[in-house]
Design a binder for this molecule. Structure first.
Ligand code: AMP
Ligand code: MG
Length: 346
């Protein structure tokens, strides 16, 4: 199958109509959102949704998010209005917040992987919403990468993973946030299952109390059940081995430099993923800039593309870690998973 790439930057309506034709005939379309690129199918057609799992090589017990173009469409997908949903939607939609509640009969089993709940979000990207509106159905979409790989934040990343597997990629340029949406369950106490650009602090300002699922910063313990099935799998991993050191800039740089020298002496090709604050301390070692510690959103937006780039140059990626305030939590959640939890705290 030939994979066509069309830009949405000039005229997203024409691109959306072309994409909608494919969605309505049961096919797959990759599209930009403000978080990462999604791989979409008709979310009310179980057979179409199955094709997503096939194209990604995704384990079929890992449920998908349904994307809607307007708020009211979300309420048809849940069995009833979720508690606090209106206030959250008024504050954060369209935007990088996914809400989970009990599903209505409209939602096929393939989307929820058999769970009695469904995840719904309204993306803050005009081309994405135009595609959904032109399709006339909610679009089921996980990230448009091969299962286990870093999520795609450009159309070129999608092409790397999906060329020959899907007919169409809509190219909207680099994604604004670069990490996937915050996933919040509204069943019982509101609980963050996956952190994102809508932070715990921002949610607490609307909800009061918000809980964090235990597996956000640590691997699941033996016999422990994942609140979100996606959390039990290897995730976001480049081919290179990733190691993380969390500490103040100069101390982290000293430790990472020592690790770099050990790997280089052993004949490996290491590369450092550095913050601006630590950059001056690495000397002549090979370093790439992640962003600044003062604004973890810069680290989030660069992380996945950097992992893909460094995979071409290195077999060991040595990355600084940071604190978990604000969007630091989303950054550390993705980074620690990409590292398979190989981390040192100084
Ligand atoms: P992705 O589409 O790759 O961003 O993955 C979607 C994420 O949302 C995965 O981590 C899923 O496990 C999670 N998810 C989707 N639906 C549900 C649900 N009904 N309950 C819990 N987690 C969900
Ligand atoms: Mg994903």
């Amino acid at each position: 199958m030939e994979t066509k790439v069309i830009s949405v930057l000039q005229d997203y309506n024409t691109a959306a109509r072309e994409g909608a034709k494919i969605i309505r005939s049961g096919g797959l379309v990759a599209f930009p959102t403000e978080t990462v690129y999604g791989l979409g199918a008709d979310g009310l057609d179980g057979a179409a949704v199955d094709r997503i799992f096939e194209a990604k090589g995704r384990p079929n017990d890992n449920p998908l998010i349904l994307h809607v173009a307007e708020k009211e469409a979300a309420f048809r997908l849940w069995v009833a209005e979720p508690p606090r949903a209106r206030a959250l939607m008024d504050t954060f939609w369209p935007g990088p917040l996914t809400l989970i509640y009990y599903r209505s009969d409209m939602v096929p089993d393939e989307v929820t992987a058999g769970l009695d709940t469904v995840a719904v979000r309204m993306p803050d990207n005009q081309a994405a919403r135009a595609l959904i509106a032109a399709s006339g159905v909610p679009i089921a979409a996980p990230s448009a990468n091969l299962s286990g790989k870093p999520s795609p934040t450009t159309a070129a990343h999608v092409l790397q993973d999906m060329e020959g597997r899907i007919p169409l990629i809509l190219d909207g340029g680099p994604c604004r946030y670069g990490v996937e949406s915050t996933v919040l369950s509204l069943v019982g106490t509101p609980t963050i299952l996956r952190p994102g650009a809508v932070t715990k602090e921002m949610l607490a300002a609307v909800l009061g109390e918000v809980a964090l699922a235990p597996s956000i910063l640590a691997p699941l313990g033996a016999g422990e059940k994942a609140a979100s099935p996606g959390m039990k799998y290897k995730h976001y991993a480049p081919n290179a081995q990733v190691f993380v050191v969390v500490g103040e800039a100069q101390a982290a740089a000293a430790r990472l430099s020592a690790l770099y020298d050990q790997f280089a002496a052993a004949g490996k090709r290491p590369y450092i993923a550095a913050t601006a604050e630590a950059m001056p301390f690495y000397g002549p070692r090979r370093c790439a800039l992640l962003g600044t510690r003062r604004d973890p959103t810069t680290l989030c937006s660069r992380l996945f593309s950097l992992l893909r780039e460094l995979d071409q140059e290195a077999d060991v990626i040595l990355s600084e870690g940071i604190g978990t305030e604000g969007t630091g939590l989303a950054f550390m959640n993705r980074l620690l998973r990409s590292a398979g939890f190989r981390v040192e705290y100084l």
